[in-house]
Structure formats: structure tokens, C-alpha cells
Write a protein that binds this ligand. Structure first.
Ligand code: AMP
Length: 403
């Protein structure tokens, strides 16, 4: 497991030891029912390994944004139930509103080797997101070893991802974290070339540093979705009412220039599916018209890449050996504006290249289309994978012991 030189669960002896594992159980819930348990399933290999090795496995995670208060609808109780079913053994849920309270202490005290306890939502505590000392110490007081397997939260320096490690001697990363770092790390630092990156989504501003970093790594950078229109404006074209960040036009000019100097190919849409208004509701039937990127008429807004662009992007994927994709090519929530995203997803499903999906909307699109198992890796962390692509060190990873 290549984990950028961090100790992993394979480097520790856990028999009879209390092991606190930070998981990412931030699953979507509807009326108390988990609607997608991918994150629970992805956490199982580390948990099963620690159980098999005779550790006393204490799990913790955040869920949603309770903002430092107990919110019953964001309790981790449904996760405990599903986990017990997946593991085929009881998972004791320590329902303390203060997370580390009487229930948690008693449950941990009573643990035998191989037992599993789940703590309450760490964000019930206001200190959690502030990386406060007291809560970090309380978490640390429960365990002898700490494992971080929550890639989706690794870009945040919180008590349960970073603070706790200051008070525990042994801090390592789990298998899921290792897999995320291996795929994303190899893609960015040591890609099998040609390396093609596809960026989409609404705002250029959100992905500025990603673009800048990838210009030093990728052979081809494909830009679609709403963020393409600031680039197309920077090329001197009229984009009608399409989404443009006026404050970033110069930045886009600079990126286009830099790409040329570095010999990195930037592919932008050459045609666009446009509508007269943004669909409301988002999946409402809507009239569309295709415009070339050289002229989108006033009164029309580009909401998907056009058929020629979709073909061009798919062809670029065909010639790649590594592809990283983050962000949809259009308003893919609407069937009339989803063709670009579907075509790109299909191209990734069809290639033998290493394909990595950077979480969020593109991960949802790939899964909804049934292409999930055709990808080499679908990241569990949208924000974390973006920060990784920016070249930033993730605090939750940095805090683990070096090998
Ligand atoms: P992001 O969170 O930046 O990945 O953006 C995802 C959102 O971008 C999705 O909800 C899409 O509907 C939206 N989006 C994609 N393309 C466009 C576009 N051309 N104009 C406006 N919004 C878009």
C-alpha cells in the first residue's frame, strides 16, 4: 500500500488494544433511512482487519452539520445498525450527546477483544470543527492506538482527524485512506501517460488552484461545465447569458498562455447546448438549441457541452492512459442537459486506462449510470480529492506517524 510514507494498519499490533478509528460515515439520510451506504461499505476492510486481529474497535465519525449541538436526525444510530448487519456481530452504540460520556466510557470499559463500539456524531461537539484541545484529549483518553480511515474528512483539521493524534502515541492510516492516497497520489505524482484531467462543474473560482497545479502534471486538461464559459470569454468569444466569472477572465487568459508555454493541451467545448432560462425545477422539460462556442446568442445560456465537444472529449479520453475526472459537463440533473456528462462517463467506462473519479457530482453520475464498477477508483471524498489535486497536504494524513 503506497500511502506517501505513512504508517498503516499493517504496521501495528492491535491484539487486546483499544483502537479508535475515525471513519467517514457521513452518509445521506432520508427520514432516518440511509439512502446510500457506499461509505459504510468502504470502511469495512479496515474494521474487519482490526476485529480479526483482536483489537477493541472504537469507531467515530461526523454526520452532516449539526453545528455543535445534538440533533436527533443526525444521530449515528442508523449507521450502527447497518454496520452490525454488515459485520455480522453486535455494534454497541454509545448514545452520548457529549460523544465521550458515561455510555461511551462504560461501553469501552466492557469491551472484549474483537468487540465494536460506535460513538455518537463527533460534530455534536462544538469543539470538533475548531480542533479544540479538551475534546481531542477526551477522544484520545478512550484509546491506545488511533487509525484515520476518513479520507472524506482528511482535508479538515478537526479534533477527531488531527487534534486527537497529539495525545495518542501511535497514529496510522487505514486501508480506505491508503487506497485513496495510492490512486490519487500515483495519478498526480507519477501518472502513466498520457494523463488527461477533466474538470467541470459550476464555478471556476472553486477550482483555480486545481487548474494551476494540474497544468504542471497533466498532458491534456479538459474543461467543461459552467466553468468553461469564463475560459471561452477569455478567448474573446461571446457566451450570451452563460455563467461567467468576470473577476477570473484574466486568470483564465493567464492559464491558457501558461498551458501553451508548457505544451499542455487545454480542450474547451467547441459547441454548447443552450436554453433561454435555467430549468426550474432543475429537471423540468426545457427547450434547447445548439450554438458554436464562437457565438452563443444573447438570451441563451450554455448548460451542457454540445455533441461535437462530447465526441472530442471522449476521443481525448480514448488516447489516455490515466484519467482523473471531477465535475459534471453540464446541468446533468436535467435529462436534456446530461448528454455531455453521460458521454464522458461512457468514455471512461469503455477505456482500459486508469480512471479516477474525484467524488461529488461526477461520482454520483457514474454510479447512477451503472458504471461504478468500470472505474479504477471512485473517491469517497469530493472536497478532499480536490485539495489533493491542488497539491495540498491533507492535515488528516500529515498527522499520521511516518514510516
Ligand atoms: P460543482 O459543485 O462545482 O462540481 O458544480 C456542480 C454543479 O454545476 C451541478 O449542480 C451542475 O448543475 C452545475 N453546472 C454544470 N454545468 C453548468 C453550466 N453550464 N451552467 C450552470 N451550472 C452548471
Amino acid at each position: 500500500m503506497n500511502t506517501l510514507n505513512k504508517k498503516t494498519v499493517d504496521d501495528i499490533v492491535v491484539k487486546g488494544k483499544k483502537v479508535l478509528v475515525r471513519c467517514d460515515f457521513n452518509v445521506p439520510l432520508k427520514n432516518g433511512v440511509i439512502t446510500d451506504e457506499n461509505r459504510i461499505v468502504k470502511a469495512l476492510p479496515t474494521i474487519k482487519k482490526l476485529i480479526a486481529d483482536g483489537g477493541k474497535v472504537i469507531l467515530c465519525s461526523h454526520l452532516g452539520k449539526p453545528k455543535g449541538e445534538p440533533k436527533p436526525e443526525l444521530s449515528l444510530a442508523p449507521v450502527a445498525e447497518r454496520l452490525a448487519q454488515h459485520l455480522g456481530q453486535p455494534v454497541v452504540f454509545a448514545a452520548d450527546d457529549c460523544v465521550v460520556g458515561e455510555n461511551a466510557r462504560a461501553a469501552v470499559e466492557a469491551m472484549k477483544d474483537g468487540d465494536v463500539v460506535l460513538l455518537q456524531n463527533t460534530r455534536y461537539r462544538v469543539e470538533e470543527t475548531k480542533n479544540g484541545e479538551a475534546f481531542s484529549k477526551e477522544l484520545a483518553s478512550l484509546c491506545e492506538i488511533y487509525v484515520n480511515d476518513a479520507f472524506g474528512a482528511a482535508h479538515r483539521a478537526h479534533c477527531s482527524t488531527v487534534g486527537v493524534t497529539e495525545y495518542v502515541d501511535t497514529s496510522v492510516v487505514g486501508y480506505l485512506m491508503g487506497k485513496e492516497l495510492q490512486y490519487l497520489g500515483n495519478a498526480v505524482e507519477n501518472p502513466v501517460r498520457p494523463f488527461v484531467c477533466i474538470l467541470g462543474g459550476a464555478k471556476v473560482a472553486d477550482k483555480l488552484s486545481v487548474i494551476e497545479n494540474l497544468l504542471n502534471k497533466a498532458d491534456t486538461l479538459i474543461i467543461g461545465g459552467g466553468m468553461a464559459y469564463t475560459f471561452i470569454t477569455a478567448q474573446g468569444h461571446k457566451v450570451g447569458d452563460s455563467l461567467v466569472d468576470e473577476t477570473k477572465i484574466d486568470y483564465c487568459k493567464e492559464m491558457l498562455k501558461r498551458a501553451e508555454e508548457k505544451g499542455v493541451k487545454i480542450l474547451l467545448p467547441i459547441d454548447n447546448v443552450a436554453t433561454k432560462a435555467f430549468p426550474d425545477p432543475i429537471d423540468a422539460p426545457i427547450e434547447t438549441k445548439v450554438f458554436p462556442s464562437t457565438l452563443i446568442e444573447d438570451g441563451w445560456m450554455g448548460l451542457d457541452i454540445g455533441p461535437e465537444s462530447a465526441k472530442m472529449f471522449a476521443d481525448a479520453v480514448k488516447s489516455a492512459k490515466t484519467v482523473v475526472w471531477n465535475g459534471p459537463m453540464g446541468v446533468s440533473e436535467n435529462p436534456s442537459l446530461a448528454n455531455g456528462t453521460v458521454t464522458v462517463a461512457q468514455a471512461l467506462a469503455d477505456t482500459d486506462a486508469i480512471t479516477i473519479i474525484g467524488g461529488g457530482d461526477s461520482a454520483a453520475a457514474v454510479n447512477n449510470l451503472g458504471f461504478g464498477d468500470k472505474m479504477s477508483h471512485i473517491s469517497t471524498g469530493g472536497g478532499a480529492s480536490l485539495e489533493f489535486l491542488e497539491g495540498k497536504e491533507l492535515p488528516g494524513v500529515a498527522a499520521a506517524n511516518d514510516k
